[in-house]
Design a protein around this ligand. Structure first.
Ligand code: SF4
Length: 488
C-alpha cells in the first residue's frame, strides 16, 4: 500500500483511462513500458489532434500560451495563477492547475463580459460522450482551485466548412458547442471517481487483465497486446462480434479457446463458421463460391485506392476529413490469363483528385469487370463525380460496369482459420510469431481497417498552425508516377 503522497497525480488522460478500465490506469501509471507503441495510423491521429489544438489557440482573441512543458507543470500552474490574478489576459491557452490529486492543462480558459469560459478542443466532428468526462474533470479541478467557470464548451472540427485555400480561420474550421449543463452534471461525480482511482493506485496491486468490449471503447487500449498474452492460441477474442454477455458465459464455463466451444453453445452464423474452421483445421468454402467468382470476366481490373483525409484541409475546395484519393493500383487479368499492373501516384504538389480520376478513367477503358475489396472505391468515385461535374458522366459509365465486391464474396463463401476473425485484406508481421498473418483489427467486427483513409501526418511546429501537405511526405515524394505502362 502506498501512502497518499506517493500516489501519482491523475491527469485528464489518466482519468479517462481509469474510467475505461482500472488496469489501464494502473499500467499507465506504473507499467507504461507494457504499452504497445502507436502505429502509423494512430500516430497520425495524435498529430492531427495536436495541430487542431494549435489552430484552436486563436479561437479567442488575445490568448497567452502557457508553453511550459508538461515536466514543468508547477511552473505552468504558477504562471497561470499570476495571469489570472493580473486579470489583463483575455484568454489563457494550456492553463495549468493542480488540485485534489489532479493536474490538468486546459486548452483555452477565456474571460469576457459574459464570464469565464473553458473550451476543451477535440479533433472529432461532433461532441461525444467521453468528451463530457474530459471537460468535467477540468471543470472540477479549476473550480477546486477557486476559479469559477461560467461556460463549458467543446471546440470540434466543423466538417461542413469548405477550405478556401488561404490561411486557416479557426472560427470557421472549428465549432464551439456549449455543454455547460451536461459537464456540471458529470463534474458532480468527479471527486468520488478520483477517490476510487487513487485508492486503487495506493493499493499498488495490479488489476488482472479483464478483456472485454471496454478494451476498445471509447479508446483503443494501448495495453491490449499485453493483456492478450495470457489468452490461448485460438482465443475467444477472435470470435467476430463477441459481446460481453457471451464472453462472460464462455468464461463462466472456463472456455477461453475457440477450440473448446461446444457445438451446443449459441453463436452467430459468422461465429459458428470461425469455430468450425478452427476446430476442424480446414477452411470453409461454400458450394456457391465458384458461381460468384464466375462473374469476374476478363479483362478484369482489380483496383485499390489510397486516400488521405486530413483533419485540416490541404487543398482549396475541400472539407475537413474529406477523403482525397491520391493513388490507385490496378491489376489487370487479361483474357489470355496474363497479368499486368498499372498505377497512379500523385506527386504531392497539388490536389491529386483530377489527375487521379482522369488516369483511372483511361486505365479502366476496356474493363469487362472491376473487382474491389469493399464499397470504398465506389464511394470515392461518387465523390469525384460531385467534385468534377464534367467527369460525372464518364465516371458513371465506369460505375455502371460490372463490379464485383470481393469482400462480400469472401464474407459469403470463404473463411480460413488464419483470418483470425477478421476479413481485413491488410497483412502485417505478427509481433511474436513467425510468418505473415492476416492483420487482426483493433476493433474486431467493426471492419475499421478496410477503409484506407490516412489521417494527417503533419508535424507539430508550435502555435499558429499553418498548412501542411501530408502528400509531400518523403515516402510519397520518392514514389513514381508510372502512368499507364505495365510494370517493368
Ligand atoms: S486491454 Fe482491456 S483489460 Fe487490459 S488494461 Fe486495457 S482495457 Fe484493461
Amino acid at each position: 500500500m502506498n501512502d497518499a503522497s506517493s500516489v501519482p497525480l491523475l491527469s485528464k488522460t489518466r482519468y479517462a483511462a481509469g474510467l475505461q478500465c482500472a488496469g489501464r490506469l494502473y499500467r499507465m501509471c506504473f507499467q507504461p513500458e507494457l504499452a504497445t507503441p502507436p502505429d502509423a495510423a494512430q500516430q497520425a491521429r495524435f498529430d492531427a489532434g495536436t495541430r487542431v489544438g494549435e489552430l484552436a489557440r486563436n479561437l479567442r482573441p488575445g490568448g497567452v500560451l502557457i508553453d511550459e512543458p508538461f515536466f514543468r507543470h508547477d511552473d505552468a500552474v504558477a504562471r497561470t495563477r499570476a495571469l489570472l490574478a493580473n486579470g489583463a489576459t483575455s484568454a489563457i491557452c494550456e492553463a495549468g492547475f493542480t488540485e485534489a490529486g489532479v493536474r490538468i492543462r486546459a486548452d483555452i480558459l477565456s474571460t469576457s463580459r459574459d464570464g469565464r469560459e473553458l473550451i476543451e478542443v477535440k479533433s472529432s466532428t461532433s461532441v461525444k460522450d467521453e468528451h463530457l468526462d474530459d471537460a468535467a474533470i477540468q471543470l472540477a479541478t479549476i473550480e477546486a482551485a477557486g476559479v469559477s467557470v461560467d461556460r463549458v464548451c467543446i471546440g470540434h472540427i466543423n466538417n461542413a466548412c469548405v477550405y478556401q485555400g488561404d490561411e486557416y480561420v479557426p472560427g470557421k474550421l472549428l465549432t464551439v458547442e456549449d455543454i455547460t449543463a451536461k459537464a456540471r452534471d458529470v463534474a458532480a461525480g468527479v471527486p468520488a471517481r478520483i477517490a476510487t482511482m487513487r485508492e486503487m493506485l495506493a493499493a499498488n496491486d495490479a488489476p488482472e487483465p479483464d478483456l472485454g468490449s471496454h478494451c476498445h471503447k471509447p479508446y483503443d487500449c494501448e495495453f491490449y497486446d499485453y493483456c492478450r498474452q495470457g489468452e490461448p492460441e485460438w482465443s475467444i477474442e477472435e470470435l467476430p462480434g463477441l459481446n460481453d454477455e457471451r464472453r462472460r458465459d464462455l468464461r463462466v464455463g472456463e472456455i477461453r479457446s475457440i477450440r473448446d466451444i461446444p457445438v451446443t453453445f449459441r453463436l452467430s452464423a459468422a461465429q459458428q463458421r470461425v469455430r468450425d474452421t478452427v476446430q476442424s483445421g480446414r477452411p470453409y468454402v461454400s458450394s456457391a463460391l465458384l458461381h460468384d467468382l464466375a462473374r469476374i470476366t476478363s479483362p478484369a481490373h482489380f483496383i485499390d485506392f489510397e486516400t488521405v483525409a486530413p483533419a485540416l484541409p490541404i487543398f482549396a475546395g475541400t472539407r475537413p476529413y474529406q477523403a482525397q484519393p491520391f493513388q490507385w493500383s490496378d491489376h489487370v487479368l487479361h483474357t489470355d490469363g496474363s497479368l499486368d499492373h498499372y498505377e497512379f501516384l500523385a506527386d504531392g504538389t497539388a490536389d491529386p483528385r483530377r489527375a487521379f480520376a482522369e488516369t483511372l478513367l483511361d486505365g479502366l477503358a476496356g474493363a469487362a469487370t472491376i473487382a474491389v475489396y469493399s464499397s470504398f472505391a465506389r464511394a470515392r468515385l461518387h465523390e469525384l463525380q460531385v467534385a468534377f461535374p464534367d467527369l460525372a458522366a464518364p465516371l458513371q459509365a465506369v460505375l455502371d460496369r460490372s463490379w464485383v465486391d470481393l469482400l462480400k464474396v469472401v464474407r459469403d463463401h470463404y473463411y480460413h482459420p488464419e483470418f483470425r476473425g477478421s476479413y481485413s485484406n491488410q497483412i502485417r508481421p505478427p509481433r511474436s510469431r513467425g510468418g505473415l498473418r492476416i492483420q487482426r483489427p483493433r476493433h474486431p467486427g467493426r471492419g475499421g481497417r478496410l477503409s484506407r483513409v490516412h489521417g494527417d501526418r503533419q508535424p507539430s511546429d508550435g502555435p499558429g498552425a499553418s498548412r501542411r501537405n501530408p502528400l509531400q511526405s518523403p515516402r510519397l515524394l520518392r514514389a513514381r508516377h508510372r502512368g499507364h505502362g505495365p510494370d517493368p
